[in-house]
Design a protein around this ligand. Structure first.
Ligand SMILES: NC(=O)c1ccc[n+]([C@@H]2O[C@H](COP(=O)([O-])OP(=O)(O)OC[C@H]3O[C@@H](n4cnc5c(N)ncnc54)[C@H](OP(=O)(O)O)[C@@H]3O)[C@@H](O)[C@H]2O)c1
Length: 390
């Protein structure tokens, strides 16, 4: 197999390393398209080009591997490659989550395979599992810790008793968080992965704009002490679920007990739990980011192309499910600063209330749709954490 690679940053170089350390896969990188020709590179200069057509129009290249950090340019590359009948592998969750309907149609039209295991929780083999092993309608939910950066921050906070600000500074200084960490901290990244899994788990295309994402950036010392006083830690959880023909999803921080399986998933590790009628729950844990961890998921897709593997999207063509969150109820902790800041009328019931000179909180039941539309939801002084009670 001859590969044309786009991008030679963290994941591109990770793929280079795992490819050269894996005997038994006969795949060679023929050309690498990058953006900045003057950057120092750890491999010889003759591999590099800045002209995408050097790869896209090369008849010898059978597989295009797209590993760039620009979602718009990535979509142009992926669609041009599929149009030319080339197989494509990508790890670009932002691009895929936003363009899934078009990417699905392109695969149907051209017959060319498009694989993207590395886009969802890096090294955890989840998409192919959902496609092949969970190929029935008994799956009831898919959830877990889908973002390594926020998991590093939350692990630091609860393992070392430090503030959110200190933990974020640690994550940035050690290469776990970008200088602009908003895609991770505000929970967009795990939401993109959730949108991809919604299609492979339950057969629905859901635009990211429809799914609520609440990040971890508003966690303060009061929330941390509250969690500790109840024997809990906080994890950022993405979740999708099916109830008869309705499918829903959201991405919200959650209190989990220190003894819960998620509490032991620390730092850049991710976890994915699948629940189904007969096997009950199964949790996969693995590195959710990093050069080799993501590179090996990309390599696994390349390897699958040797036997003409492609996603069948069987659940999409099989069932009549649709995205609808009107009946979904959540139990949430809502910390706020003063009376009247949060509307009590938005809640179905409030089970616990606390107020002091420093802070106040409620724990109560609310409909997900109501929460998503609440006037106070993005008030910087309000923090919402799901209260799972486990
Ligand atoms: N990092 C992870 O752990 C991880 C995990 C899972 C998925 N992903 C996904 O993998 C993709 C790559 O991430 P990364 O961390 O490897 O990014 P990165 O380190 O920032 O590298 C990005 C690469 O893309 C190249 N590039 C940008 N725009 C380009 C264009 N228009 N044409 C050609 N090349 C272009 C850059 O070229 P220059 O070198 O010339 O600047 C660079 O080599 C992203 O979609 C990301 O979401 C990353």
């Amino acid at each position: 197999m001859k590969l044309g690679l786009f991008g030679f940053g963290c994941v591109g170089q990770g793929l280079w390393k795992v490819l050269h350390e894996t005997k038994g896969i006969r795949a060679d990188i023929k050309r690498i398209c990058i953006k900045h020709p003057d950057k120092q590179r750890p491999v010889p200069g003759h591999f590099f080009t800045t002209n995408p057509l050097d790869i896209l129009d090369d008849p010898e290249v059978d597989i295009v591997v797209e590993l760039i950090d620009d979602a718009e340019a990535a979509f142009a590359i992926v669609s041009a490659a599929l149009e030319r009948g080339k197989a494509v592998v990508s790890a670009n969750k932002k691009m895929i989550a936003h363009r899934l309907p078009e990417l699905y149609s392109l695969q149907q039209k051209t017959g060319a395979p498009f694989l993207y295991e590395g886009a969802c929780c890096a090294s955890i083999p989840i998409i192919r599992n959902l496609e092949e092993y969970y190929d029935n309608d008994l799956l009831t939910s898919v959830e877990g810790i889908f973002n390594g950066t926020t998991n590093v921050i939350l692990s630091k906070i609860f393992d070392e008793n430090i503030s959110f600000r200190e933990a974020l500074a640690y994550a940035q200084a050690n290469g776990f968080a970008e200088s602009d960490p908003s895609l991770d901290v505000d929970a967009f990244d795990p939401k993109f992965k959730l949108c991809i899994l919604l299609l492979h788990a339950f057969g629905v295309f859901v635009a990211p704009e429809k799914v609520l994402n609440l990040g971890v950036g508003r966690i303060n010392d009061f929330d941390i002490q509250f969690a500790q006083s109840r024997g809990q830690v906080i994890k950022l959880i993405a979740r999708c679920y099916r109830e008869s023909d309705k499918v829903g999803g959201y991405c919200i921080p959650r209190f989990v007990h220190r003894k819960h399986r998620y509490a032991n998933v620390r730092n850049e590790y991710n976890a994915v739990t699948l629940e189904s009628a007969f096997s009950e729950h199964q949790t996969f844990v693995g590195k959710g980011a990093g050069d080799k961890a993501t590179g090996c998921a990309v390599l696994s897709d390349i390897s699958a192309l040797r036997y003409q593997y492609k996603y069948e999207y069987r659940k999409f063509s099989q069932n009549g499910t649709f995205f609808d969150i009107t009946d979904t109820e959540l139990k949430v902790y809502v910390r706020h600063a003063f009376e009247g800041q949060v509307d009590e009328a938005d809640f179905i019931s409030i089970e616990e209330r606390y107020s002091s000179a420093n802070a106040r909180y409620w724990i109560g039941k609310i409909r997900l749709q109501q929460l998503q539309q609440a006037r106070w939801l993005f008030d910087p002084e309000v923090n919402v954490v799901e209260w799972s009670g486990v």
